[in-house]
Design a protein around this ligand. Sequence first.
Ligand SMILES: Cc1ncc(COP(=O)(O)O)c(C=O)c1O
Length: 322
Amino acid sequence: MTGLLGQPRVHLATLPTPLQPAPRLSAEAGVEIWLKRDDLTGLGLGGNKVRGLEFLVADALARRCDHLVTGGGPGSNWAMLAALAARVHGLGATLVCYGDRVPAVGNTALAALVGTTVRFTGDPDRTSVDTGVETVAQELRVLGRHPYVLGRGGATPVGALGYVHASVELAGQLAAVGVGPRGIWLATGSCGTQAGLHAGAHWQGLGPVTGVTVSRPVAECVERVTALSAKAAERIGVPPPATPPTVLGGHLGPGYGHRSAEGEAAAALVARTEGVFLDPVFAAKAMAGLLAAAARGDVTGPLVFLVSGGAPTLFTTPPLVS
Ligand SMILES: Cc1ncc(COP(=O)(O)O)c(C=O)c1O
């Protein structure tokens, strides 16, 4: 199908996801917060990556590819959802994880359940995935297959369209409840989600988008979001964002994939006040960043916070590997 953005798109998500007021959280934070529930997108246990995969799988099918190759850590939400989306649409799937082989639990077990091949690079460096996926793709080509290769996180201009589309959905929901947001907050990892929102929010007049980085340095995120958002906007023929993206550092805690004390406290507050679980790797740390900014008096509401999913990692014992 082609939809709103005039781009090929397969159906994976149950949309729109709810936009919910969070009155008890807002009272504790001292700023009005609304929750955009993208943990409820459906496909597997849901999450932000499902939106981008609607465009990426459509692109793979349009290119007549028969196998999706991507990767990440053994706990990667992205990798599992990419494999699941591929399988649902009749493609094979291979995931490449960095590090040594570990028992299949959490996201890796869920990927294996649907017949995904999972390989390990044997190298703890996260970037070893990037060469690993190319190696697998080459092996598949030799066998006469047509691989669709995606880097960690699926952060491409096509993948970013998922959150350009989400911005249109969000703009409609905000208008329906008469809320003019002063900003949108989310967790930023590979930057595709923020890039799509940055482009879409500019297009739809939704105010600045603040990404709290949970893995990469701030400058690298700014560069990636700027480039991806401009390319996504160009793809659909809307003006590129006029301002640079805002990326906030300082909330990584002990490292990517590790729980942080302030993230755990933020997640506990959101669960206690609103009955919503934030994953420890991404959204918990982003909420910690938002609560800290509110405590400093740096933000005014109403704000929208993206609950981005990651349910499988709620049950993983630390350290998590994403
Ligand atoms: C639950 C969750 N939230 C947020 C993100 C960050 O999204 P992005 O990689 O597009 O920056 C991810 C990425 O995997 C995720 O799994």
